[in-house]
Design a binder for this molecule. Structure first.
Ligand code: HEC
Ligand code: HEC
Length: 343
């Protein structure tokens, strides 16, 4: 083989390899419909790179984040159910320890102005600290997690690929987790296709009626397009005498916040039972019955719910049928968000 051929083969290989690396660490685009509001989150600390996303994905699915290597974020946040758990009301942590609240569905988090049912966490980059250090969840600490990750060859190399430095730190760990969870966006439900006029006939008459009932009774809090207004409200649930969860008041110490909880998104709601902060309702039917005729009156009850909605049977069914149009199977079965099989 002549020198020139060898040389050009070599350069082709180098170009191929480097473009593969560039490809592997391609820049991520944070995509969302142009008619949505701008995200609340400031993306400046994230690298928005594929490698950081994949590192975050590994961490999200890895029980190494818990004290005894038994619980991962995904144990309580399962993709097929909108990244929440559905088999029990209150979340289960290590050694079967039971928490005080129902796990939350994770989606469109960049628009959240606060996190948790009571808004106790105000920044997405700090969110992971809560479950990692909570006694009833992962019962570990960021330091313990970082020490473990620093002994793992796999993670040293994943951190190197993301940050050009194999040293694992707490900040990088939190940012990588953020890079993964902030990409969990859902905007391709039947409802979205209807709103975008992608298919004029996609909504049945019943679904259209349901949307009208929804706009009238629910959208002031579950505001489109994110199906939350990010506020805290008392939606008429009786205090559970055993759990005694006063919600937002526990954070602000203000009695006016008693029994107020964050308005959750309703996207993919069909797949995220049980419902409410303590998972007290098993079905959407039970939720609608609550709003229609089961509101418990107390001083902090939202003005908007002071009068019973008294929906007719037909209105309840139409509303239920509408809520099901918020299911986004592109999101629930998106391979990019699933368990990472590479090692
Ligand atoms: C043992 C179950 C459990 C584990 C493990 C867990 N979570 Fe959660 N998650 C919950 C519960 C319960 C809530 C609501 C807590 C509250 O309101 O006090 C929640 C809330 C959240 C929220 C807030 C969502 C919102 O809209 O406000 C995010 C984000 C989140 N978890 C991400 C994570 C990440 C990342 C991990 C892994 C580091 C993780 N969770 C591990 C149960 C869990
Ligand atoms: C005054 C504001 C407000 C109005 C109006 C309202 N909601 Fe809610 N909704 C909330 C709050 C706050 C929560 C969380 C309460 C909790 O867990 O303690 C909630 C929770 C829910 C949940 C459970 C979500 C989950 O992830 O567990 C569903 C479903 C729901 N609402 C549907 C509706 C429907 C349908 C209507 C109209 C009939 C409606 N809401 C009207 C504030 C409101």
């Amino acid at each position: 083989m002549s020198k020139t051929i060898k040389f050009s083969l070599c350069s082709v290989l180098i170009i191929l390899c480097s473009s593969f690396l560039v490809l592997k660490n391609k820049t991520l685009i944070f995509d969302y419909p142009e008619y949505w509001p701008k995200p609340h989150y400031d993306f400046s600390k994230l690298s928005m790179s594929e490698n950081e996303f994949q590192l975050g994905r590994q961490l999200f699915y890895d029980p190494i984040l818990s004290k005894d290597q038994s619980i991962s974020c995904a144990s309580c946040h399962l993709q097929a159910t909108g990244f929440t758990h559905v088999d029990h009301d209150l979340s289960h942590g290590i050694e079967g320890r039971i928490g005080r609240r129902n796990s939350m569905a994770l989606m469109n988090l960049a628009w959240n102005t606060s996190f948790m049912w009571d808004g106790g966490v105000n920044h997405i980059e700090l969110q992971a600290l809560a479950p990692i250090s909570s006694k009833n969840e992962m019962d570990s600490s960021l330091k313990e997690v970082v020490d473990k990750l620093n002994t793992s060859r796999k993670y040293k190399s994943l951190f190197y690929n993301s940050y050009q430095d194999s040293l694992v730190t707490g900040q990088k760990t939190l940012l990588a987790l953020t890079q993964f969870i902030v990409m969990l966006n859902s905007y391709n439900s039947k409802y979205d296709k209807f709103i975008r006029n992608e298919d004029i006939d996609i909504f049945t008459q019943q679904e259209k009626n349901g949307l009208i009932i929804f706009k009238k009774n629910c959208a002031s809090c579950h505001t489109e397009p994110l199906f939350t207004n990010n506020e805290f409200h008392n939606n008429g649930l009786k205090l559970d005498p055993y759990i005694k969860d006063y919600g937002r008041m526990q954070i602000t110490n203000n009695p006016e916040d008693s029994l107020k909880f964050k308005v959750p998104t309703l996207r993919n709601i069909q797949f995220t039972p049980p419902y409410m902060h303590d998972g007290r309702f098993e079905t959407l039917k039970a939720v609608i019955t609550h709003y229609s005729s089961g509101i418990s009156h107390s001083t902090t009850l939202s003005e908007r719910l002071k009068n019973n909605l008294d929906l007719t049977h037909k209105e309840k069914v139409d509303l239920l049928v509408f809520l099901r149009t918020l299911t986004d199977t592109d999101f629930l079965f998106n391979n990019r968000f699933s368990y990472p099989y590479i090692n």
